[in-house]
Ligand binder design. Structure first.
Ligand code: PGA
Length: 255
């Protein structure tokens, strides 16, 4: 059994005081929830206060990106050494990083290796653009990203890797993928390559999240699919009630 994981990707949202408020709100709203791993990913500058505000809630904390080097002359970057003090997780290769900041499968791969070396659990994001989707290239794009991003990892390391399938055309658009469609892509283009790379046991054990306009209204549908093990939630993770509802409905659907 794969424990479902719901991660909130706050992106470039929430100040430090707003972070404390949202974390406290979520703690209250999700008191006693079980069966779902909850991970919050605020901006770097709020990670420390978020950690303190999380206290004994049991929620995980993740960064939204990191550099692969331990330290050095990389102005504006954050290293795994810094993140591992505070977080358990790190989102890598989000489509916004690929699109606006030149992230490639190669850099994602370097970062994934660095994260695992330092005991951080990467959430590796993959997903096709609208043009690629319409051109029927989804399987090729997604499986290439999986192979590239995870190249050279060991089967043991894969126990600490989650993958988020996020069709770019579904991110922030209110136009989510269909649950069946997303499940098919995950089964074919993510678990398929995972089987080739690491064997069936790993392919079956790896958690794959869906991301792209996840809301309380559609989460049950996604979580009713056999190959989807949670969500990577953007917009709806910024609202206490919406995010709490998504977690609760996931617990219900997977319970
Ligand atoms: P969204 O973002 O839920 O706002 O579509 C998801 C993501 O980019 O991780």
């Amino acid at each position: 059994m794969r424990t479902p994981i719901i991660a909130g990707n706050w992106k470039m949202n929430k100040t430090v005081p707003e972070t404390i408020e949202l974390v406290r709100g979520l703690r209250g709203a999700l008191l006693g929830i079980s069966g779902v791993e909850v991970v919050l990913c605020p901006p770097f500058v709020s990670l420390w206060v978020a950690k303190n505000a999380l206290g004994q809630s049991g929620f995980g904390l993740g960064a939204q990106n990191m550099h692969w080097e331990d330290k050095g002359a990389f102005t504006g970057e954050i290293s795994p050494m810094m993140i591992k003090e505070i977080c358990q997780y790190v989102i890598l290769g989000h489509s916004e990083r690929r699109q606006y900041f030149g992230e490639t499968d190669e850099s994602v791969n370097r970062k994934a290796k660095a994260a695992l070396t330092h005991g951080l659990k990467p959430i590796v994001c993959v997903g096709e653009s609208l043009a690629q989707y319409e051109a029927g290239q989804t399987d090729y794009v997604v499986s290439t990203q999986v192979r590239g991003g995870l190249a050279g990892l060991t089967a043991e390391q894969m126990a600490n890797v989650a993958i988020a399938y996020e069709p770019i055309w579904a991110i922030g658009t209110g136009r989510a993928a269909t649950a069946e469609g997303a499940n098919a892509v995950v089964a074919r283009s993510i678990r398929g390559p995972l089987t080739e790379l690491f064997g069936e046991v790993v392919a079956h054990a790896t958690r794959v999240q869906y991301g792209g306009s996840v809301t309380p209204a559609n989460i049950i549908e996604f979580m009713s699919q056999p190959d989807l093990d949670g969500g990577l939630v953007g917009g709806a993770s910024l609202k206490t009630t919406d995010f709490a509802e998504i977690v609760k409905l996931t617990a219900q659907a997977k319970g």
